[in-house]
Structure formats: structure tokens, C-alpha cells
Design a protein around this ligand. Structure first.
Ligand SMILES: Cc1cc2nc3c(=O)[nH]c(=O)nc-3n(C[C@H](O)[C@H](O)[C@H](O)COP(=O)(O)O)c2cc1C
Length: 188
């Protein structure tokens, strides 16, 4: 198999591993809802579970998160691919129109909008941020998690149905997803 050396021509854009795609929900200063596609999300532990989120450049989501101290991360689904694609390509006034096609509602416990039909919603309170050359890495406390596809297991822990969630993933340039045959069995 030929090995391609990607560093020379794709150093900054080459992120081929699948990343789960979320819509970050924030409120603008005028009270309108903003939705931003994000995939650079991870987790950390600080006496409780938190999320890391890297946001680059100058974005409404950054200004809103820093002003209100809150955002929601809403998992997106295969069924929403067309809406997601339209949101991802939109800019200026079209972006608000593309966001308005989603089923938005107010989150229960935080000043941020959420997607009513998302299978997994994190409510996140801003804890810290680190500034880098061109991006900001945010650390947020997860204050609540809601899932339409999780049930209480026998030991009381929530059991998440990844196939029912039908999460939308992003890999470099493509959207992708899981199907039933792709779930291979438990890892513990
Ligand atoms: C698939 C996909 C994933 C993205 N992930 C991120 C991300 O993790 N961080 C980021 O800063 N921007 C990300 N973006 C770009 C933002 O969604 C885009 O810049 C958006 O227009 C910002 O909107 P805003 O200014 O209303 O916040 C992603 C875009 C796409 C299409």
C-alpha cells in the first residue's frame, strides 16, 4: 500500500479521524438563538465531568459563550444531514435562516437554546479558557445531560443507544454515520 505524506500539503486541514458533530446553541445579545456547528470537542475531569471545546477565529458562538457563560452542545443526527449541511455552508443573514429551520427550544437549566429533537444535549457552564494563536480552548462544567435515547440500566446508570441516536460524524471533508451492523459489542 502506498503511503501518502500529507504533512507538506495538508498540515492544518488533515483531521481524518471521525469526530462527532454538535450544534452549539447560544443566545445573542438581542435574545435570538445562534447555532454553530462544532466538532473539536473533548472531555476533562475536575471533580466532575467537563468538556473542552476549541473555537477558532472570531465567532458569534465565542462572544455569546463568554458573555452569557453558557452554551448547549446538541448532538446532530443522520436525519438532520441536509439541515446541517445548509447551516455549514451559510454565512451572514443566511446563517440565521439556516439555524431557524432547526427545532429550537429554551434549555431547562441554562440561558441557552437547545435542539428539541437532538438525541443528546449537554448544558455547559464556562469554567476557564486558554487563548492560543488563532483559537480559544474552552473548559466547561457539564451541568445537565439529556438524552432521548438513554434508559436507566439495572445498576442505575444510564444506557445510551448509539444506533437509535444515529449520530452524525465528520471526517476531514465528509459527513458519515453508524449503522446497526457497525456496533461490534461492549468494550467492558
Ligand atoms: C463539520 C464542521 C465542523 C466544525 N467544527 C468547528 C469547531 O469545532 N470549532 C470551530 O471554531 N468551528 C467549527 N466549524 C466552523 C463553524 O461552524 C463556522 O465558522 C460558523 O460559521 C461559525 O458561526 P458563528 O460565527 O455564528 O458562531 C465547523 C464547521 C463544520 C462544517
Amino acid at each position: 500500500m502506498a503511503v501518502t505524506e500529507v504533512t507538506r500539503f495538508a498540515k492544518s486541514q488533515f483531521i481524518p479521524h471521525p469526530m462527532m458533530l454538535f450544534a452549539a446553541g447560544t443566545y445573542e445579545a438581542d435574545g435570538s438563538a445562534n447555532l454553530t456547528l462544532v466538532s473539536w470537542m473533548g472531555f476533562y475531569w475536575d471533580g466532575g465531568l467537563g468538556i473542552t471545546l476549541c473555537l477558532d477565529g472570531d465567532k458569534a458562538v465565542k462572544r455569546n459563550f463568554e458573555r452569557t457563560g453558557w452554551l448547549t452542545l446538541n448532538a446532530l443526527t443522520r436525519e438532520q444531514t441536509k439541515l446541517v449541511d445548509a447551516l455549514g455552508r451559510a454565512s451572514g443573514p443566511q446563517k440565521a435562516e439556516a439555524a431557524a429551520r432547526f427545532n429550537l427550544t429554551a434549555a431547562d437549566g441554562s440561558p441557552a437554546p437547545e435542539l428539541a429533537d437532538s438525541p443528546l444535549v449537554y448544558e455547559v457552564e464556562l469554567a476557564r479558557q486558554l487563548e492560543f494563536d488563532g483559537s480559544t480552548l474552552y473548559f466547561g462544567r457539564i451541568s445537565a445531560v439529556r438524552s432521548a435515547v438513554a434508559d436507566a440500566g439495572e445498576d442505575g446508570t444510564a444506557v445510551y443507544d448509539i444506533v437509535a441516536a444515529s449520530p452524525l460524524l465528520a471526517s476531514q471533508r465528509d459527513y458519515c454515520c453508524l449503522t446497526e451492523g457497525d456496533v461490534l459489542g461492549p468494550w467492558c
